[in-house]
Structures are given as C-alpha cells and as structure tokens.
Design a protein around this ligand. Structure first.
Ligand code: G6P
Length: 612
C-alpha cells in the first residue's frame, strides 16, 4: 500500500519521481505528493487524487532539484485530502518524510511530542515520524532517524530528506518493502518496488526487515541495523524485469493486457516443470524437502483475496490428486487463532505480491510454531518469497492491474503441479499422471483459442450494464471459480456480486432472483456435477432469472435452457478452473468499461495490501 520513490543525483529529480510514482500507483492512488530540496527550503507539493493531478499541478512551476522524495497514498489514518497527503514536515520544515505502513503507537508518540511543544497539522500517523526525527536530531539525520525508530511500533518503509543536505536520503524498513539502487552516473534511487526504477538500473539492494540505509552522492551507501547500528554488507541482486513488461503495449488497460498474456504466463508457470515420461512434475524449488513431502499428512493453504480463491481450488486439487487432507485459511484469521501445526504439516502461503501484511504475518506465526513454510509467489525476491523455507514461483511477470488476473491462473497452475508432484509420490498412477501432463501441455494453446472469443463476451456484458446485483454459481472445483468471477465483477464494476455453490443458492440468494438479476452458471459438461448444475439452472429460470452459462464447446443442448452461453474448450477437470476463469475476467472487464469505471485503479482498492 502506498508507493515511495526517492532520487539523488545530477539530474532533475522531478520527472524521475513523477514517472516512478506512476509505476507505483497500483499500490494506492488517493493522493500524491513530493518534497524537493530547494536552495533554501524544502519545497512540498501535494494533492488529493492521482499522480496525474499532481503532475498537472506542478507542470507550470518548473521545479528543478537534484534531491527529492515522493509518495502515492492509500489512506489509513486521515481522509485522502491535500493536507493528509505525504510528504510530511517537522515543525521547522527541516525534515520531510514519506511513509508506507502504519505507526501503531502514533497516539502515544503524538501526546509525548505535543508536550514537548511540537505542532501537528495533519490527521496522519506519519506526521509523528517527522516530529520524532526532529526531536532526536542532534546534528546527524541518519542517527536521528535510527534512534527515533527504536520508539516506533508498527510498520514502515520510509524515505527522509533534510534541508541543506542535498544528495542524501535516509530510508528504513520494518514491514513495508523498500529497494535501493545505484544508477550509472553516481545517482541513487529509493523505491518501494523495483517497477519505479527498472528503467534506470537492474541492480538493486532489497532492504531487510529492521535495516536503515543512507544513500549519499558523495559518500555512497551506508547500511545498518536499526536496533544496534551494526554496519551490514550490501548485497546487490540483479532483477529480471523488462520495461515492456510494465507498459500497456497498446492495450487500453493493464488488466486487458494481463488477461491476454495468460497463454504465455501459463507456459512460463510450467516451463521445465513437466516430466512427460513419468507423468510427474519437476519442482526444483521443493527439491531440498523431497523427504519431507513424501511423508506430509496435512497441508494448510493460507492467503488473502484472489490468492485465497486459488487456495480453495488447491484444496480440491491436492485432496483429489494426492489424497492429502487440506485446509484453507484466510491469512488474517489464521494468524489470530491457535493453529495446530504438526511435524508432518506443510503450510503454503500464496501471494502474488509477496508483501501482503496478513499473509506475511501468518507465515511468521506458522514459522514461530515450527512449521515448514513454502511460498507460491509471483514477485521474485519479495518478503514472503525470502522468508519461506522454499517455494515455487509462478513466473507470471509484473501484474499491474489492481484486479488480479494472470497471477490467479498461474497460481492455480502451480497448485496443479504441486498436487501432481505430491500425488505421484502416493497413489496417483503413471497413466493418470501422463494424461494430466498431456492436458497441461495443451493448455496454453487452448487459452489462446479461448481469448479469440472476446467478441462473445462483449455481447454478454450488456446483461450486466444496468444490473445492481449478480450471482455466480458453480459446484465442486467451479465453486471457487464462481467466487473469483463475482469478486472480479464487484472489484472493478461496483456491481454487488456473490459467488455461491450452486446448490446452496436455494438457501438464501434465490430470494434475490428476478428478471433483473443476471446469473452466471458454470456448467462444463465434463463435470461430474453437470446434471445437478442443470437442475440449478432450471431453478433460476423458473424465477425469471437471466442465466448466462459457461459451457463446454460442442454442448448445443444447453442453449435451450439459458439466455446466453459462453463456450470454453474441453480440458482435464483439474484445469477447468483456469479455462473458466478467463471469460469471467473478460466479462468483468467489459462490464466495467461499459459502466465507465476505472478498470486498472478501482476505487478504494490497492494492489499490494501492506497494512493489516
Ligand atoms: C489485494 C489485491 C488483490 C489480491 C490481494 C492479495 O486485495 O487487490 O487483487 O488478491 O490483495 O494479494 P497478494 O499479493 O497477497 O496475492
């Protein structure tokens, strides 16, 4: 949540900061601001709204500075207005701070600082940091920030600059990611995500929890622990990200581009991971735990949001293919109860970003209890990826659209591979394994074929354009797909949508059905539940509901029962969630576009939720 970018060097910081903020905007977009070191003072400009609004506001001011920090906000404390937007200043305007995270003890700190005479101007928790740094400042900003942070509870990724000290930024991290990098001309960057700086360099340093850093054009990088000021060695990582991956490349929205990438992202998720001869999966990331996985007798999958839906599909897959009992938990719930973790329990955390606060906290809690913890992440080098014992990357490439699409299908793909891997070490036969592997190999082409039916989806979108409510029904593996279809629609088109197990509809949602209520029913005819789903369709039709069925290509009979059909190619039942989700993503997309919604940046949401 919230994006931070900072620059020191010979160039004008302003365009670098604005471009960086735009690339971080998916982290939050309710207000934006920057702080620049002027000749005499720190110049602050900030505004409610998106980075574009900030850019327009400062356009005619022609700022020039070699030192600056900037922020795009997702409000936690204080309304998203001009005043509460970051950066924040201390009393004398000597220190400017941008912050990602939540200062949990800010009330106590504020009372303490007010007693000492500090004056506050905003409703934010962040402002206490600026005053605290001022309070601790005895001539050295790095020391002031370090000592002040020892009194702070909560999470932070911060960048700080000081009046009369050009060419220097102090940054620190606890719970909110930060990267720093050195550019070609002795310049330095600070950012909450590599996307902000990838066009300048691919060599980055990921700050670890509890680290503080000073980047200084004259003195280079100084990295220490906040707790004991022990200097630390710098480790440079090469990031594997191309600028084209974070551009729209001709698509009107990132979401549409990412939906269309799924043929190749699925291919990336399976590349090098299929053992055709043995009908098996090759998962190098889990190789060190081969023995452990042979004896695992219980699996917990934990995640948030769309990743949680992928986990629900994982439950069906692992139980049916590998015969191992699986539990799925919201990370935010898991961490606050007393989960039972035994020697043979494997815990998988799923996270696209690898930074979701609740998922990270669940992982830490499970590790504290001695669990073996594995990650299914997209962002390489993210906190969750680094803190898990091992894992399987989904390799979907950067996902910028706030509503997750390609990451979801790749998570499901990796879960199929994990189920196969576990299954082949148990009772899943060679014949079954080989058959599934063949189907997996054919999947990327089927996805490409499916994406050619986009025009059909556009037509179906008309049923939803004026709807206030919508229902998504599915059974078995298609139940989590229904949840995901409903979530996509509500996130980006603001239509209230519910996903339901088709049979459960009778126990509540049926009361909502009328001629204005579109209802999407997942009715693949290879599904063991097909006949029962047809009965559920009749129940909706009997109440004048509008039914749009998702059916297997070639099923002509279903046309007579429903208002419209979207056809999907036949695949193995384990892979139908992937095939079925794609038209639902397109549907949500086209409904949102028809309703004039901001598809990539839906209101109130953020891509990476780094607060609890
Ligand atoms: C936010 C995003 C969702 C995402 C969820 C979990 O709510 O808007 O798209 O599914 O966080 O994120 P993660 O990065 O952990 O998968």
């Amino acid at each position: 949540m919230c994006g931070i970018v900072g620059y020191v060097g010979k160039k004008n910081a302003v365009p670098i900061l604005i471009d960086g903020l735009k690339r971080l905007e998916y982290r939050g977009y309710d207000s934006a601001g920057l702080a620049l070191l002027g000749d005499k003072d720190i110049i602050i400009d900030k505004v409610a709204g998106k980075v574009d609004t900030l850019e327009k506001k400062i356009e005619k001011k022609h700022y020039f500075s070699n030192t600056g920090i900037a922020h795009t906000r997702w409000a936690t404390h204080g309304a998203p207005n001009d005043i509460n937007a970051h950066p924040h200043l201390d009393c004398r305007g000597n220190i400017a701070v941008v912050h990602n995270g939540v200062i949990e003890n800010y009330r106590a700190l504020k009372i303490y600082l007010e007693k000492k005479g500090h004056q506050f101007y905003t409703e934010t928790d962040t402002e206490v940091l600026a005053h605290l740094f001022e309070e601790y400042h005895k001539g050295n900003l790095f020391e002031a920030v370090r000592e002040a942070l020892l009194n702070v509870q909560g999470t932070f990724g911060i960048a700080v600059i000081e009046k009369n000290r050009p060419g220097r930024i102090v940054a620190a991290r606890w719970g909110s990611p930060l990267v720093i990098a050195k550019g070609e001309t002795g310049e330095y960057f600070v950012a909450s995500d590599v996307a902000a700086i990838v066009r300048f360099t691919k060599d980055v340093i990921f700050l670890e929890e509890g680290e503080i850093v000073e980047v200084d054009v004259e003195n280079g990088i100084k990295l220490s622990d906040i707790s004991d000021n022990r200097e630390k060695k710098i480790e440079v990582h090469k990031i594997d990200m191309d600028l084209t991956e974070i551009e729209k490349n001709g698509y009107p929205h990132f979401m549409l581009k990412e939906i269309h990438e799924q043929g190749s992202t699925i291919l990336n998720a399976i590349r090098g991971r299929l053992d055709i001869e043995n009908g098996d999966a090759i998962l190098q990331g889990l190789a060190d735990f081969k023995e452990f996985f042979r004896h695992v007798n219980r699996i917990i999958l934990t995640a948030c949001g769309t990743s949680w839906h992928a986990a629900l599909i994982g439950e069906y897959l692992i139980e049916s293919i590998a015969g191992i009992p699986v539990e799925v938990e919201y990370a935010s719930e898991f961490r606050y109860r007393n989960p039972i973790i035994e020697d043979k329990t494997a815990l998988f955390v799923l996270s696209q970003s690898g930074e979701t606060a609740d998922t990270l906290a669940a992982l830490r809690e499970a590790k504290r209890k001695g669990a073996h913890v594995f990650g299914i992440c997209n962002v390489v080098g993210s906190t969750i990826a680094r803190e898990t014992d091992a894992g399987v990357y989904i390799h979907a490439g950067p996902e910028i659209g706030v509503a997750s699409t390609k990451a979801f299908t790749s998570q499901v793909m990796v879960l199929v591979l994990i189920a196969l891997y576990l299954g082949r070490r148990r009772d899943y036969s060679l014949t079954q394994g080989k058959k599934l592997v063949r189907e997996i190999q054919a999947l990327p082409e089927k996805i490409k074929e499916l994406l050619q039916q986009e025009e059909d989806v556009k037509k179906i979108a008309r049923y939803f354009q004026k709807a206030d409510n919508a229902l998504f029904l599915g059974r078995h593996l298609n139940y989590p797909v229904a949840l995901e279809g409903a979530l996509k629609l509500k996130e980006i088109s603001y239509i209230h949508a519910e996903g339901y197990p088709a049979a459960e509809m009778k126990h509540g949602p049926i009361a909502l059905i009328d001629e204005n209520m579109p209802c999407v029913v997942l009715a693949n005819d290879d599904d063991v539940m097909y006949e029962k789903v047809i009965t559920n369709i009749q129940e909706v039709k009997a109440r004048n509901g509008k039914v749009i069925a998702l059916a297997t290509k070639g099923n002509r009979k279903i046309v007579e029962l429903v208002d419209d059909v979207l056809y999907v190619p036949l695949t193995a039942s384990a892979l139908t969630p992937i095939i079925n989700t794609i038209p639902l993503q397109l549907l949500a997309y086209y409904v949102a576009v028809k309703r004039g919604c901001d598809v990539d940046q839906p209101r109130n949401l953020a891509k990476s939720v780094t607060v609890e």
